[in-house]
Design a protein around this ligand. Structure first.
Ligand code: ATP
Length: 285
C-alpha cells in the first residue's frame, strides 16, 4: 500500500481537574475525554524521496517542523529506523489552538497511517509511547475512544463507557494558548498520593450538567471574557450542559438529538466572527 486516508477527530473534555504543579514544571491533571465527529482529514502517501512534505489549504497552519504531523512523521521514521519519505495533505476542519486537540489528533493519525503504510506492526502501546514525545493528547487519540487520562494527560486511568450525545460547539474565532491558560491559573504543588477518585459520568444527558467541570475555565475566562457570553447563549438555546473544552476557548453545549442540536443552531444568536459546528461523540473505533 502506498497511500492511505484517515480522519483525525477532535475531542471534548467533559471534565478536567488540575491536581497541581509537579516538581518538573508540568501540571498533573485528570481529564475525562471523548472523541467527536468533527474531524480533519489526512491523506498520507509514501514517496521516493527522503523528505517529509506537509501541504494544507489552511492559511495559518505551519507546514514545517512546527507542524505536529511533521514531527510525528520524523519521529516515527527515526524510532523505527525507516528510510524514504512521506507526503501528508491535511484538510483542516478543526480550529487551531481551540482546546479541541486538532494538532495532537493529526499527529496520532500520522503515526497510525505510517504504521500501516510501512507495515511496521507497532502495537497501540508502542505508538502511544512515541506519541507522548509529540504532545500530551496524542496517546488519547491513538486509543480513539472515551477515556479518563491522568498524569500530564498521557496515562490511561480508565476507559469510559460509550456516550451518545450531540453537541453544538462554538469557537469565538480567536486562538488561546494552552501554556498561557495554565500560567494564568494559580495552582500549588501536587500533593503526595494525589486525588484517587474516579468519578464516572452519568449516562443520562439531563444529569450531565452537574458532572461537567473544567478547572481551566476560570483562567481562560480571565484571558478571554467572551467565553462567558458563548456559554450563556448555549444555555439560552436549551443545552442540557455547557462547558469549555480543554484549555479553550471552544465551548460545547450538549443535546439529546441531532434535531435538537440543529434547532439550537437556528435559535442561537451568533456574533459575526464566531464559528459553529454540530457534532456527536464517537463510539469505539
Ligand atoms: P490542545 O487541546 O492539545 O491544547 P489545541 O486544540 O488547543 O490543542 P491545536 O489545534 O492542536 O491546539 O494547536 C495548537 C498550536 O499548534 C497551533 O497554534 C498551531 O500553530 C500548532 N500546530 C502544529 N501542528 C498543528 C496541526 N497539525 N494542527 C493544528 N495546529 C498545529
Amino acid at each position: 500500500m502506498e497511500r492511505i486516508s484517515l480522519r483525525a477527530p477532535a475531542k471534548v473534555n467533559i471534565r478536567l481537574d488540575v491536581l497541581g504543579k509537579r516538581p518538573d514544571g508540568y501540571h498533573e491533571i485528570k481529564t475525562w475525554i471523548y472523541p467527536i465527529s468533527l474531524a480533519d482529514e489526512l491523506h498520507i502517501e509514501k514517496v521516493n524521496t527522503t523528505k517529509i512534505i506537509i501541504s494544507s489549504a489552511h492559511p495559518e497552519l505551519p507546514l514545517g517542523e512546527e507542524n505536529l504531523a511533521y514531527r510525528a512523521a520524523a519521529l516515527f521514521m527515526k524510532e523505527r529506523g525507516l528510510s524514504g519519505g512521506v507526503k501528508i495533505e491535511i484538510i483542516k476542519r478543526i480550529p487551531l489552538a481551540a482546546g479541541l486537540g486538532g494538532g495532537s489528533s493529526d499527529a496520532a493519525a500520522v503515526l497510525k497511517g505510517m504504521n500501516i503504510l510501512w507495515g511496521a506492526n507497532v502495537p497501540p502501546d508502542g505508538l502511544m509511547e512515541i506519541g507522548v514525545k509529540i504532545g500530551a493528547d496524542v496517546p488519547f487519540f491513538i486509543l480513539g475512544k472515551g477515556a479518563i487520562m491522568g498524569g500530564k494527560g498521557v496515562r490511561v486511568v480508565k476507559f469510559l463507557p460509550p456516550l451518545k450525545a450531540w453537541m453544538v460547539l462554538i469557537n469565538p474565532g480567536l486562538p488561546l494558548s494552552t501554556q498561557q491558560v495554565y500560567q494564568q491559573g494559580k495552582w500549588g504543588l501536587t500533593k503526595e498520593g494525589g486525588d484517587n477518585r474516579i468519578l464516572m459520568p452519568p449516562q443520562d444527558l439531563k444529569k450531565m450538567g452537574d458532572f461537567l467541570h473544567n478547572d481551566l475555565e476560570g483562567p481562560a475566562l480571565e484571558l478571554m471574557p467572551i467565553i462567558e457570553n458563548i456559554k450563556g447563549r448555549l444555555h439560552e438555546a436549551g443545552a442540557s450542559g455547557v462547558l469549555m473544552t480543554g484549555s479553550g476557548p471552544t465551548v460545547f453545549g450538549l443535546f439529546r438529538s441531532e434535531a435538537e442540536a440543529r434547532r439550537a443552531t437556528r435559535d442561537l444568536k451568533m456574533e459575526e466572527e464566531w464559528i459553529c459546528f454540530v457534532a456527536h461523540t464517537l463510539s469505539d473505533s
